[in-house]
Design a protein around this ligand. Sequence first.
Ligand code: SF4
Length: 186
Amino acid sequence: MTIVDDTTTPPCAYEPEIYLDELLHSPPARTDITAAEWDALTVKRATAHRQCAGCPLMVECLYRAVVEMDVSGYVACTTEWERQTIRRRLGIQVNQPTTAAYGAARVGGGPVSHEAVMTARQAYPKDTCHQLADRLGCSTSTIKRHLRRAREQKRDAALSPTLTPNLPTIDAVLDVFDELETSKVA
Ligand code: SF4
């Protein structure tokens, strides 16, 4: 992989709260939010998507978020689920914690991290989703999304007992990305 030496500041650096918006990087089902919230989310996603698509770091950003580190946030035109889809199709996994970048630590009204939810789940295994949400100060749907993600990761690990030893090329990642709906949005 070639890392571009580019001093241009990416758009996400100016508006990190958009890229860390949990509704954006881990979208709810249409029925989980109101029509007004859905419309606002659509506009926000279109804005972030447009900025990522025009970002000079887009290719490197996508590659690293897919292959090198399982970061939180809306990154390089992809949600967490879309990046997981790319990894599944490539037959790879990344084991780094999601708190390592893109500010997954919860600060003020920021997003609760996947790691925080799983830690709470482990500490309070008999808690309902509602009780866990109260403990972490987030919504019940947030807890459900993270628990669903953990189940999906566990399932993927079971389906892929032998991991690909070599890292995929940038072209391989881009080929799978091109198959996703998000790559076709202008
Ligand atoms: S492509 Fe990556 S670096 Fe560029 S704006 Fe999007 S998230 Fe930021």
